[in-house]
Write a protein that binds this ligand. Structure first.
Ligand SMILES: Nc1ncnc2c1ncn2[C@@H]1O[C@H](COP(=O)(O)OP(=O)(O)OP(=O)(O)O)[C@@H](O)[C@H]1O
Ligand SMILES: Cc1ncc(C[n+]2csc(CCOP(=O)(O)O)c2C)c(N)n1
Ligand SMILES: [Mg+2]
Ligand SMILES: [Mg+2]
Ligand SMILES: [Mg+2]
Length: 321
């Protein structure tokens, strides 16, 4: 990899340009002016070859898309808006410069859609496997970040979209099966929920939010633990990706939703009185939200009710093999 040649080519890709940016790519560090009245919200998530993708499961532009998407998802899960991003890439010799540029093109395509500006990064070589780490910087009205700790007893527990599609796509890609298009898309190019985050940001209500990277079970436990509450989920209400039960059977389909991970839907809680208006707002922007349970007590734990039987839900999220 020719580091300087690569940076030059990256700079030539069409980039978002915020007026708040004083220095972007090209100096020792980036400089921007924060918006008055906003809090800065920032996160970093990483994809590594063999763990988060292989050459068989994702093409270069999808790897780029997803590395940025998983971070935009975390920013949305704070009820915040993404503004800037930085990229660290470690490239082994098996990857060509053109493939690396395709990764950037995938990132920049999503970045243009989401109005996020690339303001810097780092490029190094790797002895083994490609490594791609993205940092996103976002903004939210001061004090308005939607925390995992905001759930209260009596709240409705809701989730956007449907679950299990990414795990189904991954399964079919790894098994070399014919992949259903909607599962392939769920795995390779998960849709973002920034539009809903934007609506939520304007609401005066208390809302707890988390995004589903490790699976519904693990993320529900995170909400319950952070808020010191017990959550009851209703198995029959969990929105499963279309065709999941038909292809994998009910038990495996639920398991995929609970522990498959990488659906990048938003999981949240909202006071009962605000649930109906939230549904209306979501509908207006073409986002589906489903009530999947209730915050039942103080304490800590997640319970699953299925056919009138309630059991403590194991918190196992996606387990790395
Ligand atoms: N190596 C680390 N050093 C410092 N803080 C970390 C480290 N890894 C994770 N964290 C912090 O721990 C918290 C939870 O991180 P985690 O990665 O589990 O959340 P997430 O990004 O929502 O999940 P996922 O990585 O599955 O998408 C965050 O505040 C994160 O910044
Ligand atoms: C080749 C291949 N094998 C398995 C998976 C599944 N996978 C990897 S990490 C993860 C959860 C989030 O982990 P983290 O917390 O590390 O971000 C999931 C569901 C994949 N995407 N590609
Ligand atoms: Mg993380
Ligand atoms: Mg998250
Ligand atoms: Mg994350």
């Amino acid at each position: 990899m020719d580091e300087f040649g690569l940076i030059n080519k990256i700079q030539q890709l069409e980039n978002v340009n915020h007026s708040s940016t004083k220095v972007g790519i090209g100096d020792d560090a980036a400089v921007f002016t924060p918006t008055i009245g906003k809090d800065i919200v920032t996160c970093v998530d990483t994809l590594t070859e063999g763990v988060h993708f292989t050459r068989e499961t994702m093409k270069p532009s999808d790897i780029g898309y997803k590395a940025l998407a998983v971070n935009i998802s975390d920013i949305a899960a704070m009820g915040a808006i993404p503004v800037y991003y930085l990229v660290t890439i470690a490239v082994p010799k098996e990857w060509t410069d053109d493939e690396i540029l395709d990764i950037y093109e995938g990132m920049q395509q999503l970045a243009r859609n989401e109005n996020v500006q690339l303001i810097g990064g780092d490029s190094v070589t790797s002895q083994k496997g490609l490594y791609l780490s993205v940092t996103v910087i976002g903004e939210v009205d001061s004090g308005k970040a939607r925390l995992r700790s905001h759930a209260e007893v009596g709240d409705v527990v809701f989730v956007t979209g449907d679950l299990g599609g990414s795990a189904a796509g991954l399964h079919q890609l790894l098994e070399g099966e014919n992949v259903e298009e909607h599962w392939k898309a769920a795995h390779q190019k998960p849709a973002m929920h920034t539009a809903l985050a934007y609506e939520i940001a304007r609401l005066p209500w208390r809302i707890a939010l988390n995004d589903i990277s490790d699976g519904l079970a693990s993320e529900s436990w995170e909400l319950a633990e952070s808020s010191h509450v017990q959550i009851e989920l209703l198995e029959e209400k969990i929105p499963l990706s279309a065709g999941l039960v038909e292809r994998f059977g009910q038990q495996k389909a639920i398991e995929m939703a609970l522990t498959g991970g990488e659906d990048f839907q938003l999981l949240g809680t909202v006071a009962r009185d605000n649930w109906q208006p939230l549904q209306t707002i979501a509908k207006e922007i073409g986002e589906r939200v489903t009530k999947i349970g209730t915050v039942i007590h103080k304490g800590e734990g997640v319970f699953m009710t299925s056919q009138d039987q309630t059991t403590l839900l194991s918190r196992d999220g996606y387990k790395h093999g």
